[in-house]
Every structure is written in structure tokens, then in C-alpha cells.
Design a protein around this ligand. Structure first.
Ligand SMILES: O=C(CO)COP(=O)(O)O
Length: 262
């Protein structure tokens, strides 16, 4: 376990309307005692349409969890139908913006260049990008997953200043482990997370490499999170399916904080 505080972020993907979002956030807030937040940062990443409701609840009840968006436009404003800008998300109190998720790379043809622009758009608006990288199965089978993921990472950060890179979160999400129930072993996760950190250290120095949180994502559950965060270079998780169930997500957060719920 490292000295970096773990982050557990629940990526709801395209699930739950704003009323269901309120119910789930209330459930998490009620179930996870406040003391756990000293040991784990907890975030929810709902669809855009839910964010205002989550903001109202978090502000109104002074909840300790934070929230973010699943994507951010590379553009600042203007004639970009369907896009949502970083400034709009910042105004809604978002802490994070997920950038470069494999589902966006695959279904929306997001290239490394687009992902790099989105990282900048997030940082420009004081949103912490959760930059996702990860290899598909054929790359894993070819054994070139380290080159693939470090290449994605460095491409997305191209041209940024060291202090900007210090503000990001990286998420390693092997595509073959997303939604498949096939979780990477802790050794698999550690191998890539350590390599990603090594690439950051080489390029931006030890302070950045030691400070940036590198999460693992892909079929994370309450039953496997402890072994993942026990790895030196795994600083939490980006959770899909298991984040939609309040009891399961709460248990998962508690395990990431080092112990089960009372
Ligand atoms: O893509 C993911 C989180 O962003 C992982 O999804 P699952 O946890 O459902 O495998």
C-alpha cells in the first residue's frame, strides 16, 4: 500500500436517471460512515443529466463524496451540438472529468489527439482529468501492453507543463477486463500501473511520478478491491457495474479504506 490516498470513482456510464441518481447518492451517504473518508476519496461519475441533482444533494447535505463527468468537450464553447464544456461542468461543482475512456475511444472514435485536447480542456477549468488508458485483448496477447498503455499516456499529456501533469489521475483499464467479469490479477494491474508511474517519473520527475494517483478499472468488486489496492502502485479504482448498487459500492469503498463496514 502506498502513501497516496486511494480514490474510488464510480463510473455509472449510461445508467440511472436523475431521480435514481439522488436515491443512489443518498444510499451511499447513509451507508458509508464519515470516518472512512479520511482513508479513501469517494466519487461518483453520473451521466450529464444527473449532475445538477447530485450537486444539489452534495451541497445541501454537505456530503463528503465528490463527483464528476464522464466526458468533457475539447472545445470551450460554440456551435458543437451535443457537447458539454469544461466551464459548464466546473460551474456544476464537478471535481473530475473522465477522459479517454475505452468506450469513447472505441464507439466515438476518440484518438490520442482528441484525448489530449480533452485533458487540456479539463485542466483549464480546474477539473481533474481521470485519464483512461488500456489495451485491448489482442495487444495483451501480443505482450505489448506496456508500450501500448505508456504510449497512450504520454500522447495524452503531450505539451503539458510538469505542474499540470501533477494534477491528473490516471486509470489503467484493460479493455478485456471491462464489464466481462474477467478482472486482471493484482500482479497484472501492478505491472502496468508501475510502468505508467515509471513513465511519468522518467518524463516529469519523481515528485510527479510519486504523487499522481494511478487507478485500476475492470470488473472491480468489493471482493477483489483489497488485493488490488494492496499493490504498491494501485491507488484505487474506477468502478463500472459495481458502482450502480449502493450496498456493493459502499462495501467496496470501505474495503479500499482498509477495512469492512462495521
Ligand atoms: O469501464 C469501467 C469503469 O470505467 C469498468 O467497468 P466494470 O467495472 O463494469 O468492468
Amino acid at each position: 500500500m502506498s502513501t497516496r490516498k486511494p480514490l474510488v470513482a464510480g463510473n455509472w456510464k449510461m445508467n440511472l436517471n436523475h431521480l435514481e441518481a439522488i436515491a443512489l447518492v443518498q444510499k451511499i451517504a447513509f451507508s458509508l460512515p464519515e470516518k472512512y473518508y479520511a482513508k479513501v476519496d469517494v466519487a461518483v461519475i453520473p451521466p450529464f443529466t444527473d449532475i445538477r441533482s447530485v450537486q444539489t444533494l452534495v451541497d445541501g447535505d454537505k456530503l463528503l463524496l465528490t463527483y464528476g463527468a464522464q466526458d468533457v468537450s475539447q472545445h470551450a464553447s460554440g456551435a458543437y451540438t451535443g457537447e458539454v464544456s469544461g466551464a459548464m461542468l466546473a460551474k456544476l461543482g464537478c471535481t473530475y472529468a473522465v477522459v479517454g475512456h475505452s468506450e469513447r475511444r472505441e464507439y466515438h472514435a476518440e484518438t490520442d489527439e482528441v484525448v489530449a485536447k480533452k485533458v487540456r480542456a479539463a485542466l483549464k477549468n480546474d477539473l481533474t482529468p481521470i485519464l483512461c488508458v488500456g489495451e485491448p485483448l489482442d495487444v495483451r496477447e501480443a505482450g505489448t501492453h506496456i508500450e501500448h498503455t505508456t504510449g497512450q499516456l504520454l500522447a495524452a499529456l503531450k505539451g503539458l507543463k510538469t505542474e499540470q501533469v501533477a494534477d491528473i489521475v490516471v486509470a489503467y483499464e484493460p479493455v478485456w477486463a471491462i464489464g466481462t467479469g474477467r478482472v486482471a490479477t493484482p500482479a497484472d494491474a501492478e505491472e502496468v500501473c508501475a510502468a505508467l508511474r515509471g513513465a511519468l517519473t522518467d518524463k516529469y520527475g519523481a515528485e510527479v511520478g510519486d504523487g499522481v494517483r494511478v487507478l485500476y478499472g475492470g470488473s472491480v468488486k468489493s471482493g477483489n478491491i483489497a488485493d488490488l489496492v494492496a499493490c504498491e502502485n494501485v491507488d484505487g479504482a474506477l468502478v463500472g457495474g459495481a458502482s450502480l448498487d449502493g450496498d456493493e459500492f459502499t462495501k467496496l469503498c470501505a474495503m479500499a479504506a482498509g477495512g469492512p463496514l462495521p
